[in-house]
Design a binder for this molecule. Sequence first.
Ligand code: GAP
Length: 437
Amino acid sequence: MEKIVSLCKRRGFIFQSSGIYGGINGCWDFGPLGVELKRNLKDDWWYVFVQQREDIVGLDASIIMHPDVWVASGHVAEFHDMLVDCKECKHRFREDHLEGDRCPDCGGELTEPKAFNSMLKTRLGVSDESAVDTYLRPETCQAIFVDFKEVYSSSRTKVPFGIAQIGKSFRNEVNPRNFIFRSREFEQMEIEFFCKAEEEEAWFDRWQRDIWQWYLDLGLTEGKLRWYEHPKESLSHYSKRTVDVEYDFPFGWGELQGLANRGTYDLTQHTNHSGKDLKFFDQEAHESYIPTVIEPSAGADRTCLAVLCDAYCEEEVPTAKEGETETRIVMKFSPRLAPIKAAVLPLVKKDGLAEIGQELERKLRKKFNTFYDQSGAIGRRYRRMDEVGTPYCICLDYETKENETVTIRDRDTMEQIRIKMDEVADYIGQRCSHERD
Ligand code: GAP
């Protein structure tokens, strides 16, 4: 884990928020490469679960909602962690994270557990007197329930259908830890899928298959993925059944996504609290009913972390010197997720190769993310690109001027092929998109 955190900082994937002020616990910033990686991941999710499906529509709702939403959803009453304090060192812990009944840091005696609400409070309004307390949303899905009628009546969708949303959520986690795995500000990718009660099990099974397949298509190692079924007694207040997809991180198994059967809980709660009818009217059957909800809820940051952990490789490779080897660090991202798709590297700056290289890079840049590098030994430039997971390196050499060809080096096999310069964009474009699937 230390190696991954250090690479993320060194190469500008992810670093601590507010670093020059000493950092702030549980908040992280995605740098130039991290933002590309996370954006590719979110775009992939949107492409697979929204764009490619006829039964899902999107939403981008506000983060701050009416405070009554959180009363209706049950978060004000139920979204608690039970905390204990150490009487000696004063450290605070989640009771469910403790293994024994003494302080894990100093062995001291612990207090009785106290409930602590995990929502982040904020105030909305321009004067102290008129401002109201509300919360930054702890999950994106509540807006989907609140906007349910607005969406279905304006988009002519019919049950069964889903509403998808990607956005920030906030939780005042007691122990943010394991890099971006558990943070206080994070992004969720959620779908609320509305169906008839009698079809809930069939849809639950279908969603289990679909989300599992998505992780495989991202290139995650299947042996590092597993399902975890929540025992009935530890289900969230809204859930009839929950299973999680877990990934085997260097610090142990951790949840990537929850799949829950929320039944009619949320729409019923919002109907009761708002006084507005949130039933779906089935025009063919001439009946109104509150649909059942199956919810796949994934974390963008956690998936990013799984992708980073899965991609990290150290390999011993021969150097230019006979019999010597060196360690190559390579991020084997799926080409679709790689922050940079291709690097253009002229073998030398002179003889017009730099100009031809820059011209080629400008053309490729119109189609996908590229990087131009003309400084240093070619081997070192390849290594720099391996370390940030660039799947293709295009090298311009002495033949380029003779016959307008370049070599393309594959990041994983390190093999090179020679192709015409005007075929490069298609060659790389196809391999870095869903076109190839
Ligand atoms: N709407 C249901 C819901 O929010 P959850 O299991 O609490 O369910 C769903 O959260 C996903 O959000 C998790 O599987 C995880 O990927 C992500 N997530 C939750 N808390 C997180 C945190 N503190 N830091 C990073 N990701 C988090």
